[in-house]
Design a binder for this molecule. Structure first.
Ligand code: FAD
Length: 375
């Protein structure tokens, strides 16, 4: 049903570009309208999990992503003060398989996606800001809202409302450093820090802090590295060593909406952060956006438009909502404030990991083990 359809995708982020490629591969004529004058991403890393990699593979981009990133072998949870290992989650079940965890610079991911989209005939137009009241492009059959957290199409479909502050702020920085092929999470009271390699001798650092409110203007701004160093001054020596080497850092107030009740009308569909913005504590925002992209194209490829859009929401909303909830739960678990509670939780993790090393990963089989391109 997609052959010859004219589809406009608003937003050339990870979700928009993945959707454009998936739709064009099935015969649609796709135009992407992006308000920025260049396709860019923030200067930071991103974790692609096996469920997201499955989509990239199906889009024909698996090899390019493997070449541009680092295959992760483990997730290591550590105590903040001593850096002692609390739990090591071995990822070899995935890293040695067809759909690995990949750690990659966002700029490289977006380049691979944009090249993939152009290769299947997608027309990407930059400097093109779209408002919901703008008339459809000539012949347009469907408009896809992939404009991210502040989506105006979401607001038009679901009613206006500002994104709310989640009580979490995130610093992001990249330093020159050779890091082992694993993600490390240092867990403290009201704060945690995640670090992983990006390839090419770069280490990504994301440092999260709980805050009562977000009083700054805008959603993100450059910050002084000293503020970050102060906030994490009680952390393990290796963490302080990395923070000492940061020259440039940005701070984000993490905002979100609840999962949109309505993801489509007769002529529109939403995907990615426009439909279900999430805290980054399960690293699923972009992965879910790519899954949405595939399912949207899959539904439109086999059913008339109105049935396809209804099925798209049915297939996607419960899974995206579950991922959002699981990320919220991680925020609580990573930041346990009471030392007794934290020690008990860490002991339970250590013992659990020693007795049944595969159990922690098994808890996420529903997430990582699900291949949306196979269903
Ligand atoms: C600290 C942090 C770490 C994260 N880590 C991970 C991770 O490891 N793994 C993961 O999967 N996710 C992660 N995420 C989440 C992930 O970054 C987002 O979920 C993902 O980028 C959303 O993609 P998107 O395409 O839906 O939206 P966006 O990336 O926000 O793209 C939207 C695009 O639309 C454009 N646009 C907006 N409005 C208009 C308009 N009116 N007209 C035209 N264009 C418009 C914008 O310029 C932008 O290019 C993280 C997020 C944060 C904050």
């Amino acid at each position: 049903m997609l052959i010859g359809m004219q589809i406009t995708v608003v937003g050339a982020g990870i979700g928009g570009l993945a959707a454009a490629t998936a739709l064009a591969m099935r015969g649609a004529h796709v135009t992407v309208l992006e308000r920025a004058t260049a396709i860019t991403e923030v200067g930071a890393g991103i974790q692609i999990s096996p469920n997201g990699f499955a989509v990239l593979e199906a889009l024909g981009l698996g090899d390019a992503i493997r070449a541009a990133g680092v295959i992760s072998r483990a997730v290591v949870l550590r105590d903040y003060a001593r850096g002692a290992e609390v739990l090591r989650i071995n990822l070899s079940k995935y890293s040695d398989g067809p759909h690995p965890f990949v750690l990659i610079h966002r700029a490289r991911l977006i380049d691979v996606l944009a090249e993939g989209a152009r290769a299947v005939g997608v027309d990407i137009r930059l400097g093109a800001e779209v408002h919901p009241s703008d008339p459809p492009l000539p012949g347009e059959d469907l408009r896809v809202g992939a404009e991210g957290l502040h989506s105006q199409m979401r607001a038009t479909l679901n009613g206006p409302g500002d994104a709310f502050f989640t009580g979490q702020a995130a610093w992001r920085a990249v330093i020159k450093d050779d890091a082992p092929p694993e993600s490390q999470v240092f867990m403290g009271k009201g704060r945690h820090l995640v670090t992983y390699p990006l390839g090419n001798g770069l280490r990504n650092i994301v440092a999260i802090e709980e805050r009562e409110e977000w009083t700054e203007e805008g959603w993100s701004h450059p910050d002084s590295p000293d503020n970050l160093r102060r906030a994490f001054s009680g952390y393990a020596p290796e963490v302080r060593g990395w923070l000492d080497r940061i020259e440039e850092v940005h701070l984000w107030g993490l905002h979100r909406h609840s999962v949109a009740p309505l993801w489509h009308s007769d002529a529109w569909a939403l995907l990615g952060d426009a439909a279900h913005p999430t805290l980054p504590f399960l690293a699923q925002g972009a992965n879910m956006a790519m899954e949405d992209a595939w399912v949207l194209a899959d539904c439109l490829g086999s059913l008339p438009k109105s049935e396809a859009l209804a099925l798209y929401q049915v297939r996607r909303r419960p899974r995206a909502a579950r991922a959002v909830e699981a990320a919220n739960a991680n925020a609580r678990n990573f930041h346990l404030r009471t030392p007794v509670l934290r020690d008990a939780a860490h002991l339970a993790l250590r013992l659990g990991g020693a007795v049944a090393p595969s159990a922690p990963l098994k808890r996420y089989d529903w997430l990582y083990g699900y291949d949306v391109t196979a269903s």
